[in-house]
Design a protein around this ligand. Sequence first.
Ligand code: XLS
Ligand code: NI
Ligand code: NI
Length: 439
Amino acid sequence: MKEFFPNIPKIEYEGPKSKNMLAFKHYNKDEVILGKTMAEHLPFSFAYWHGLNYDGTDMFGVGTIDRSYGGLTGRALAEAKADAGFELMEKLGIEYFCFHDVDVCDQGASLTEFKENLAHMVDYFKGHMDRTGIKLGWATANLFGHPRYQQGGATSPYLDTYATAAFQVKNALDAAIELDAKGYTFWGGREGYETLLNTDMGFELDNLARFYKMAIKYAKDNGYKGAFYIEPKPKEPTMHQYDFDAATAIQFLQKYGLDNDMTLNLEGNHASLAGHTFEHEIRVARINGLLGSIDANHAETLVGWDTDEFPKDVKGTALAMYEVIKAGGLDTGVINFDSKLRRPSNDELDQAIGFIAGMDNYALGLKLAAKIIEDGRLEDFVKERYSSFDSGLGAKVVSGETNLEELADYAEKLEEKPVPSGRQEYLHSVINDLMCEGL
Ligand code: XLS
Ligand code: NI
Ligand code: NI
């Protein structure tokens, strides 16, 4: 088989002292942290779209990155791209991949051609998956790129578009079933509105729920065993997107009785766009038992849009991984990351380096999260902070055995005393100390 990246060797763990750009310094897959290997904590997944397709194009300029894979067309190009993708995943030791239908094949001249091209690639993937042991993290349908989705897919005001969205999702689900995917993602980039002036929001949300229900029924009836995720994002490309953030998506799932079938796929960059931290979004999912999967892409916060780049903030990642560990891990999902390159990162090494740096960053984040847990100061502080609810009247609040009158009587007899300090400066310093120990 043709080698697409001859200058990228198999990436090995060389330890923190290594200066080799093409080696892991921290991601040591068999190293055990809190009773599980790093590979078990961190089920990395390679995103097809930015990892193999994105050529550096932005609103102000044409592509800077060569994604031609030998300059082929049609199925030959799709196959070459898959060969290149599996070569990269194998060299990086990434065990999962994720794709949109349109990432992996040509859409052809008709929906029927699109369906056949996708089915062809599903067979082609099977060969690579059997050969390498790499698994499908999740699949999805792109309901945002084609002009027909300009006013939404599953929230389109037009039946024909709604049905075409159903066509794409049915085929993407068939692919997920055939390839035994861990999950299936719904990301609603065009499910929202540009202006309320022309929008029946209540109808669109009802229709979206009906769409999800039909998709779930079809998948289950046809033997699908994986998870279904909603991936919240507040805006971009649409002005207002319905799956705004974790809390909004959960309210939607609960309202329509979908919370037993769907969980959340949370992305770091989308959290920033919603005005939240990544750990906030994961906490919201965790306390509702609805964490499914994560997209580790980080924001370039000064830029202000979804840059989807490799995660590089160790402290932020540690706080996210702390939430993931507390939620019981990612057995139902993966850590997908696009590692979308910036335009000036334009040669054949950069995509691999983006993944190496992102995976090392997650390994460091995991180690720091484990240290925070083992150290215990944070958790002890939080426990102590709420301890007035452990006994006496506080315990009666928790067990539901008191009432407003009893609380009011208690308050009236209180001697006013200072509120204990929240100590957030100290708590931040604990994390910094743990992070930089030994420096
Ligand atoms: C875009 C989203 C998208 C989803 C999959 O912002 O992150 O890439 O992950 O449709
Ligand atoms: Ni995403
Ligand atoms: Ni994104």
